[in-house]
Design a protein around this ligand. Structure first.
Ligand code: KDG
Ligand code: MG
Length: 406
């Protein structure tokens, strides 16, 4: 079975998505997600100009070899653009292989290791009162694990707090504008405020609900250590991205001071980004997206490496991963032994016009069907009604104007 064509589609049903469609000489098609939020067209160009010509005529079944060909064969390695492009090809080839086998993809990955996938949702509110209402909404929807992101006194805008009270799938944690919005940040104000919010939410909802929090790369290791220790009495499920972690070894300092579980990796794109973090057991959850870390082939290796150290998989699942990339995550989640939890932020309602998905949500968990492949269909005609819109993520500045991590 040979690859006959590789087509790239960009559509913006509520937000931009880049979708790769591979077609074989037997008529089978496979879909891959290549969406890189705020840098979408760089991946489109990489796929169209540099990858598509290499695919036509290749054996559609040779997934590992194609992965290595695109990774090693480029000479230039890693990076989010390259790895998103490779991920899209890899997902599409797994989709094709599973359709050829007439099995859902998770069967080819070893079969189901569980019956359902526990999911966490986002709760958000500038004030603690609004946040509590948002947590209650998620609990009413069946979630037993909720990420809490409050506002910070003295700041105008911060990550994770936008559109509080908006419907599921309509909520956005960040403005997406034609030029980047400038948010502001004050680490001391944040560090003073968060423990009180955690305490209030814990008091209100009791010990059983799992509470997560995303620090979004903003602290130094010693600040992260201090925050972890301050939150321990409220038993967080995890703290996410406490530091940018480009310096992996720095997390050993955080570990020395707190037993709060640590999750990291949504901006990573290679298993090597985790080499020290996993080997030295500095984290508890790996958070990469299938879309940004080289696809199913690469993520399977990452999950297996993490499993050696009892570290679990908690795949990034924001609305900027398309339903194709999200479905790929669910197949992996179902198959691996070391599944932890799945982020479920949901997609804008308009995305349903373009992506027809077989996965479902009920009572705090996600379920896959037994339809062959990834279980996602792409409507090219509907997609054409949603042209690409340039949209940047925000940037972040300290009060004195210094650019800070967003
Ligand atoms: O594009 C950036 C988002 O994917 C990211 O900000 C979402 O941090 C995020 C999360 O945990 O979902
Ligand atoms: Mg995050």
């Amino acid at each position: 079975m040979k690859i006959e064509s590789a087509e790239v589609f960009v559509a913006s049903p509520g937000r931009n998505y880049v979708t790769l469609k591979l077609t074989t000489d037997t008529g089978l098609t496979g879909l891959g997600d290549a969406t890189l939020n705020g840098r979408e067209l760089a991946v489109v160009a990489y796929l169209q100009e540099h990858v598509a010509p290499l695919l036509v005529g290749r054996d559609a079944h040779a997934i590992e070899d194609t992965w290595q060909y695109l990774y090693r064969g480029a000479y230039w390695r890693r990076g989010p653009v390259t790895m998103a492009a490779i991920a899209a090809v890899d997902m599409a080839l797994w989709d094709i292989k599973a359709k050829a086998a007439q099995m859902p993809l998770y069967q080819l990955l070893g079969g189901p290791s569980r019956t359902k996938l526990r999911a966490y949702a986002h709760a958000t509110g500038w004030s603690t009162g609004e946040l509590i209402a948002s947590v209650q909404q998620r609990i009413d929807e069946g979630f037993t694990a909720v990420r809490i992101q409050p506002g910070v006194p003295g700041l105008n805008r911060t990550y994770g707090v936008n559109g509080a009270g908006s419907a599921l799938g309509a909520y956005e944690p960040a403005a997406r504008l034609a030029l980047p919005e400038e948010e502001d940040w004050d680490t001391s104000a944040y560090m003073r405020h968060i423990p009180g919010v955690f305490g209030t939410v814990r008091d209100k909802f009791g010990p059983e609900i799992d509470l997560l929090h995303d620090v979004h790369h903003r602290l130094t290791p010693i600040q992260a250590a201090k925050l972890g220790a301050a939150l321990e009495p409220f038993n967080p499920f995890w703290l996410e991205d406490v530091t940018p972690a480009e310096n992996q070894a720095a997390l050993s300092l955080v570990r020395t001071h707190t037993t709060v579980p640590l999750a990291i990796g949504e901006t990573f794109n290679s298993i090597f980004d985790y080499q020290i973090l996993i080997r030295d057991q500095l984290i508890d959850y790996v958070r990469s997206a299938v879309t940004h870390a080289g696809g199913i082939t690469a993520m399977r290796k990452l999950a297996d490496y993490a499993a050696l150290y009892q570290i679990k998989l908690a795949i990034h699942g924001p609305s900027d991963i398309s339903p194709v990339g999200f479905a790929a995550a669910l197949h992996l989640d179902l198959a691996v032994h070391n599944f932890g939890i799945q982020e479920y932020m949901m997609h804008p309602v308009q995305a349903r016009d373009v992506f027809d998905v077989d996965y479902t949500y009920a009572d705090g968990a996600l379920y896959l069907s037994d339809s062959p492949g990834l279980g996602v269909r792409y409507d090219e005609t509907a997609a054409a009604a949603y042209p690409y819109e340039r949209a940047y993520l925000p940037v972040n500045r300290l009060k004195d104007g210094t650019l800070h991590d967003w």
